[in-house]
Ligand binder design. Structure first.
Ligand code: AMO
Length: 428
């Protein structure tokens, strides 16, 4: 038989009853009942029951579950509870044999731990929970792009192999680049700022790299970041964009991905808005009241953020951080130069995004680099663009993987990344 798939399983409909179709998929289940067999055939779009009788039935013995097959047969109505249609098979061809036993059970009857599933990720994708997570991720990406484009942001792609650090010196992966040292970009920070010169509003959704030796459910060495940068906007403006983007993606996915939500057994609820905005200084006061030894200027530790997160569950902005805790490109407040025009978007204790108004005076930028122990000579290519008519600008970066965990109600980013990279995991 020449394999020509005529329909996806989800395309079977009333009008096809009595007609011949060719389906392609994998065998999720195979039950032999004497002279008849029932196969549950699955493709990416759904499942169908296929009935085998006579000679065909006798030849099914050698076909393992999860093998990929093409089936030619006639569509008919069914009395089976879980299906609307079934196929009376006339021909079956095995296109890809699956070994038995398989290293993980894609039906999920036998649960495997996350490491085992990640080691066999392609097969894990036949588990409906896992594939639904990645269908949701796909939908989230589409939704983000649509909303940002609707707000007149232009999608850009910046280099990932770079000659000097984008976020300061720490956490950089270096590599040999034809005898020179190159680095893997930690963020698109400098390039996205530069692009506001001619494109005004830009966004990028790409992978970035952090050589952080962290072993938590929220840190990866390669993560996907959604970044924006906008000319003629301040940090309040870009916070508003971030809030409306989060709300629109939640709404879109909650309304349009019902099947996936059923598969992962989680209902996505649109968060209430506006998101609360609390300042760093208020946070320090709250922490002191809770008995924590913390002073203005101290970074907020995980334990601190857990207390704050308990006081403010869900999404909230944490604004106006001390300048000394912020990267060199963040601008101070006019009324108090110890404070910055910056924010983090939190989901409870989890930091989802950070951003702010940027410093756009090149002399001050050079000073700030020196104050932070960075060498302005390493940033000449960036600094010179500030002499070419740089508009005032602001932006933020948000971790897509972390956002996905909030959407689907889990606490490990490894569940939402195809092949996660962390200090212990470099393959597959
Ligand atoms: P920052 O370093 O705070 O800011 O990163 C922005 C967001 O990216 C995500 N993120 C990570 N996710 C998983 N694993 C990691 N190791 C990891 N590191 C960061 C987080 C974080 O909030 N250039 C600035 C943003 C800006 O000002 O525009 C930046 O990179 O969700």
């Amino acid at each position: 038989m020449v394999f020509v798939k005529t329909h996806d399983i989800s395309e079977l409909n009333q009008e096809l009853i009595g007609k011949e179709v060719v389906l392609g998929g994998w065998i999720e289940d195979l039950r032999k009942l004497g002279k008849m067999s029932f196969i549950t055939l699955r493709d990416v779009s759904g499942r169908s029951q296929v009935i085998f009788k006579g000679e065909l039935n006798d030849n099914l013995d050698e076909i393992n579950r999860q093998s990929v097959v093409s089936i030619r047969g006639i569509v008919q109505e069914t009395k089976a509870r879980d299906f609307t249609f079934e196929i009376k098979a006339d021909e079956i061809e095995v296109l890809g044999k699956a070994i038995h036993p398989l290293p993980v059970d894609p039906i999920g009857r036998l649960e495997s731990n996350i490491d085992t599933r990640l080691n066999h990720r392609a097969l894990d994708m036949r588990n409906q929970k896992t594939s639904s997570i990645f269908k949701l991720r796909h939908h989230v990406l589409q939704s983000l792009r649509k909303t940002l484009a609707g707000k007149k942001f232009i999608e850009i792609t910046t280099p990932k192999i770079i000659g000097s650090a984008s976020e300061g010196g720490a956490d950089l992966f270096s590599l040999d680049y034809f005898g020179k040292t190159a680095y893997l970009a930690q963020s698109p920070q400098l390039y996205k700022e530069q692009m506001t010169i001619g494109l005004e509003r830009v966004f990028e959704i790409s992978n970035f790299y952090r050589a952080e030796n962290s072993h938590t459910g929220r840190h990866l060495t390669e993560f996907t970041s959604i970044d924006i940068e906008a000319a003629f906007m301040n940090y309040e403006d870009v916070m508003n964009i971030l809030e409306s983007l989060v709300l629109s993606v939640y709404k879109d996915v909650s309304e349009n991905c019902k099947t996936e939500q059923e598969a992962i057994e989680h209902t996505i609820k649109v968060p209430s808005a506006p998101f609360e905005r609390i300042t760093y200084t208020q946070c320090v006061e709250e922490l002191k009241k809770a008995g924590e030894k913390v002073e203005f200027g101290d970074d907020l530790l995980d334990a601190h953020l857990r207390i704050i997160g308990q006081n403010h569950p869900g999404f909230f902005f944490l604004t106006d951080w001390p300048m000394k805790l912020k990267p060199f490109y963040i601008r101070e407040k006019d009324e108090d130069v110890t404070l910055s025009r910056s924010f983090d978007l939190q989901y409870g204790f989890l930091e989802l995004s950070s951003g702010g108004t940027r410093l756009h005076n090149p002399d001050m930028l050079k000073e700030r680099l020196k104050e932070q122990g960075l060498d302005p000579n390493q940033f000449t290519d960036h600094l010179k663009t500030f002499d070419w008519g740089m508009p005032p600008h602001s932006g933020w970066g948000m971790g897509l993987d972390r956002l996905m965990t909030t959407l689907i109600g889990i606490d490990n980013v490894r569940e939402v990344v195809l092949y996660p990279r962390d200090p212990d995991r470099l393959s597959p």
